[in-house]
Design a protein around this ligand. Structure first.
Ligand code: NDP
Length: 483
């Protein structure tokens, strides 16, 4: 059947002014970093976008001191209603500058413009609006362990370390609740995606946020480690790999510093034979190919009931041949670039282990650009639970398909993982959804949908997926002291 041809629909990059170099944002000013600089590249073209300062341990110290000063002199003294005004202002500026933020995110990260425009940036604004609404009502938020009417106390200075898969959205998940509850922050964005955090610093200035309430220290892992071990930090909030989360937990063990860790996942997306199969196929595609599979809660393990397995895989492959892979700045693109060469190598190595261990690889037919970092949507069938591709987080557009016969078997296979971040269930039967949801060891369980996010809803994991929740009232609770 002849397909429709799409004309190119490029988003313009003229809306964003990418500067040649960027400093750190400390105490309300852009300053030089003491540990040199790093280059951030567009992963779709390998073009160097900018040089970004690397914060040394001394710079981190200066940022923590600026945050402490702002906490003591200004922010902790403001009534909640005043803090709310700043957060509302930030939310509105994010909306006003949405196109600029979306374009910059896509240039620095490689994700399709339609995702940064329609998912990331609107959710960023939603997080600031939601938390602005709580700032003057915390007494009545029903936070655990606090009597109604008692004013919750912030921790003080919060250190925040975020990954590269949703750079601005992870910033919003962390900064909005911290500020709403009266904390000040020092945030370290990922080495490969610092640009939207630095644009966010400009937005803080535009909103008139008092200096030092938000500080951004750019750099690599060493800068993050310096922030984590800084004695002036009262709480650490981290999102990233389980390995680094483990190191952070070790550093903080036995100290008074509170921590929330949002780590990896290997989610099961479970399709029963009574599910609406076309809807399920859309959910499978969204579950693992959204954001190139760089999603901690991605549905990377498809568990499908044996009686419909062939049918589901056939429909899935047919659907995947229609995905448009390529230029992330094209408004019709569904799958963009992998964020870095290192990540591409990791995905390639894990996918190769699938071949070596006897799984069967199918790759969506698509032409990949010559420049940049690309991995075509891939589906492995004949996967055994012991294979690495069934156990390890690939963090790329690679789906491992396994089958089951009974709900008990689906449950056992879904829970056979050291992770426990999310899961999906596809069935017509409400009772089966509830039965499964009760027994799945996952922080988030989606039913007949996948990858739905909302600031009112808590998100977080079990086991090696970390601890603590972000979003909703549970997320607020993590930013105030216990009773
Ligand atoms: P990391 O966990 O290394 O990165 C997350 C953040 O932590 C980054 O800002 C990173 O800095 C920083 N960091 C690195 N080392 C330390 C340290 N010792 N102390 C404090 N902060 C540190 O993830 P990677 O980017 O290296 O990705 C590796 C793998 O992790 C991926 O392949 C994927 O499987 C998984 N991952 C999972 C994520 C999730 O949300 N579950 C998110 C990102 C990755 P910098 O990047 O600048 O070096």
């Amino acid at each position: 059947m002849p397909g429709f041809e799409y004309a190119p629909a490029p988003e313009s990059r003229d809306v964003v002014d990418v500067r040649g170099s960027y400093g750190l944002y400390v105490g309300g000013e852009f300053v030089d970093g003491g540990a040199g600089s790093l280059k951030t590249v567009n992963p779709a073209t390998e073009e160097v976008l900018a040089e970004v300062a690397v914060a040394s341990a001394d710079d981190v110290d200066r940022a923590v001191r600026a945050a402490r000063k702002a906490y003591e002199k200004t922010w902790s003294r403001l009534p909640g209603a005043e803090r709310a005004k700043y957060l509302f202002r930030i939310a509105r500026i994010v909306q006003e500058r949405a196109r600029e933020l979306a374009v910059l995110e896509t240039l620095d990260n490689g994700k399709p413009i339609k995702e940064s425009r329609d998912v990331d940036v609107p959710l960023v604004a939603a997080h600031f609006f939601y938390h602005a609404g709580w700032a003057d009502k915390l007494e009545w938020a029903g936070l655990p362990g606090r009597a109604p009417g008692a004013t919750p106390r912030p921790h003080g200075v919060v250190g925040q370390v975020i990954p590269w898969n949703f750079p601005l959205l992870m910033l919003a998940w962390k900064v909005a609740p911290a500020l709403a509850t009266g904390n000040t922050v020092v945030l370290k964005p990922a080495e490969t995606t610092p640009l939207t955090a630095l644009l966010f610093a400009e937005i803080c200035e535009q909103a008139g946020l008092p200096p030092g309430v938000v500080n951004i220290v750019t750099g690599a892992g060493e800068t993050g480690a310096a922030l984590v071990r800084h004695p002036g930090v009262d709480k650490i909030a981290f999102t990233g790999s389980t390995d680094v989360g483990r190191q952070i937990a070790k550093t903080l063990a036995g100290t008074r510093v509170k921590a929330t860790l949002e780590l990896g996942g290997k989610a099961a997306n479970i399709v029963f034979d009574d599910a609406a199969l076309d809807q399920a196929v859309e959910g499978i595609v969204n579950g693992i190919f959204f954001n190139q599979g760089h999603v901690c809660c991605a549905g990377s393990r498809l568990l499908v009931q044996e009686s419909v397995a062939e049918e589901v895989v056939t429909r899935l492959q047919r659907r995947l041949t229609t995905l448009r892979v390529g230029d992330p700045m094209d408004k019709n693109t569904d799958v963009g670039a992998v964020n870095s060469r290192a990540q591409l190598e990791r995905i390639t190595e894990l996918a190769d282990s699938g071949d070596a261990e006897g799984a069967h690889r199918w790759t969506a037919p698509c032409e990949l650009p010559d420049q940049g970092f690309w991995f075509a949507p891939t589906v492995f069938t004949d996967v055994a639970p012991a294979h690495r591709i069934a156990r390890e987080e690939i963090f790329g557009p690679v789906l491992s398909v396994m089958t089951f016969r009974t709900p008990d078997e689906a449950l056992t296979k879904a829970n056979t993982t050291p992770y426990g971040l999310s899961a999906g269930i596809w069935t017509e039967k409400g009772s089966r959804i509830l039965w499964m949801a009760d027994r799945l060891r996952a922080g988030v369980v989606w039913a007949n949908t996948f990858n739905r996010f909302d600031p009112t809803s808590p998100f977080g994991g079990y086991k090696e997926s970390g601890y603590g929740r972000e979003g909703g009232r549970h997320g607020l609770a993590a930013y105030v002291k216990e009773a």
